[in-house]
Design a protein around this ligand. Sequence first.
Ligand code: ADP
Ligand code: MG
Length: 717
Amino acid sequence: MSLRDLYAIDVEKLAGVGPKRRDSLVAMELPTVGDLLTHYPRRYLDRTRQSAIADLMEGEEATIVVTVLTTESRRLKGNRAMVTSTVTDGESTMTLTFFNQRWRERQLRAGLEAIVFGKMESYRGRAQMTSPVVDLVGDQTGKIIPVYPQSEKAGVTSSDLARFIGEALRRTITVPGARQLADPIPDWIITGRGLVGRSVAVAGIHIPESHQEVSDARRRLIFDELFRMQVSLVRRKRLIEETSQGVAHRSGGQLLASFTDALPFPLTAAQKRTIAEIEADLRRPMPMHRLLQGDVGAGKTLVAVSSMLTAVDGGHQAALMAPTEVLAEQHAIGIKHLLSDLDVPEPSSLLGSRPLSVELLTGRTATADRKRILGGLTSGLTDIVIGTHALLQEKVQFNSLGVVVIDEQHRFGVEQRAALRNKNGDGTVPDVLVMTATPIPRTAAMTVYGDLDVSVLDELPPGRTPIITHHVDAPGTLDGEPPLSLEQMWSELRTSVRQGRQAYVVCPLIDESENIEAASAEETFERLSLRELQGLRVGLLHGRVSPDDRDSVMESFRMGELDVLVATTVIEVGVDVPNATTMVILDADRFGIAQLHQLRGRVGRGSHSSVCWLVASPTTPDGEARVQALVGSTDGFELAEIDLDLRGEGTILGERQKGRNDLKLASLRHNREVVVDARQAAMDLLDIDPTLSDHPLLFDELALLAEGTDEEFLLKG
Ligand code: ADP
Ligand code: MG
């Protein structure tokens, strides 16, 4: 029986599931036998290893099987309710306390057997648990009892689920002579890794006889989830490569050589390595699809510029797309400056060459300029164009677009990446380099960007002094270092300005609207100008500052005509003023780790030592953890790991979490080696069977799981 067969059997077909039960299961999004069998236990109760109330110490976490003696509900002030239940494990009694869960009174009837999991407390000398997890396992027998995610709302308990799933297993695999589950993954992949068969795994996860069976089952099912994901990703990547005609660039051109020679510093080893990786891709006739990961300040711009120059060297054009106007403008200024002395061959001109031309195209480029730039792109006289989403518009057509660089990938969708790929009249697909300054752990990258090759810039240019990060707190304290005071912070900022340095102050993040955020930034600006920063030259930048004013503020700051720039997160990425050495972030606990790291990356760009002040009175444990993470590390990859731990993988997986293909057991945090291994297995398989035509069961399973996702079209036909 295939997964598709299982997903085609309605739960109502199971003994014990009538129309009412069916409705409840549908409400839990478990309408079919396939859904039920992949609804996995969240933990197991080992009857031989349960705790006794009397043996537990205060503060210890434990699972206890109890019988309810009495339950009562009391009204507290403020219309709150408290339910207390006295339960026994057969020898001693304890109290369970719940607040504002009045339904517990009905749930915990006298005589009910339940499994509670929680932290042992002592209240007035009595054993107690507050808001423990309660699972109802009914009269299930067996030594190891699966505990399922249940639904109070739908009225389906863990023991109900165990019953239905047991029935589903009897109908499919556990009864002798039943048809067993089809195993779509080839034997050489499974046995080579010491994995159990799929039927064994599915039985083992639901009705294990030992802990070993559970862990064998998990290993196999986790592998399956990650393997399927990787087969889809690797297949997509290869399909793109095979079906499109790319540009085979010549590397080692003259432009690139003169550019590199003229740099005032040598490239870092990491820059050399990634540039070589990209060059190798560029030489191939297949379109490149590569991700460049690098920490803030690692020097990604030079790598991007090198690849663009390789395109221009061969007579092609290059485009760089940034997520915001500020960033596009910054890039344009920086890159024009970097390339200002370069000439390209131009046989039709008197000198046989002309200056390399770099243009900026955004939504606010004036009409006349716009016409000229569009003309230059079609004729080929514009070599490099830098811009925003405006580059995606249909009117923008190229003579021969050879390389596309997309900066700060996390703000662009997959479709936008795709849109840039068909900008050439002759149907050739440019090479695409995606740059992200928000590093994510390598194994997560294999999952989220699994259809891209990955290069990592894991080295900062020499001579940087590490940024010192302080936590500043008015009231309250964190664990560890006592926070420094606001007074000290402003005074150190003023001192550094007296020494000729510059500073940023980032205003509190306000999610509601850009207008409110702008208003609040203005308020902050005025207050600081009158008090803490009085006498300093202070500029203001937020989303509502008009573009012209914005340019002149940025320019003044860059020229050193402003001492302090008070800004919202518009300065989050791309701003590069090496003389700025102080970063103050107000209400820092409201920002995410990646964002704080980005903001902090605006300083520490020159030879002077830099400091970052995180002003925060964290109110949530997560806010506190984020601030502590930044104080403790300046390594973007390490911070990314912490972020993954704090936020869970859902946020990183984002879009990919849609559809049935969810990772139910596998975790990007806990199964890192399996991700790598599954990717290797996927590549091995696709090497010998690129279209999966020899593995129809696997193909069908991928198609089934891709239904309703953007992966679907790849599996059609
Ligand atoms: P990223 O985009 O990766 O955050 P940038 O490309 O903006 O970093 O580079 C940060 C700064 O480091 C720039 O001022 C750049 O000129 C400088 N830089 C880049 N590569 C080197 C190098 N090899 N040696 C010294 N400085 C470098
Ligand atoms: Mg950058």
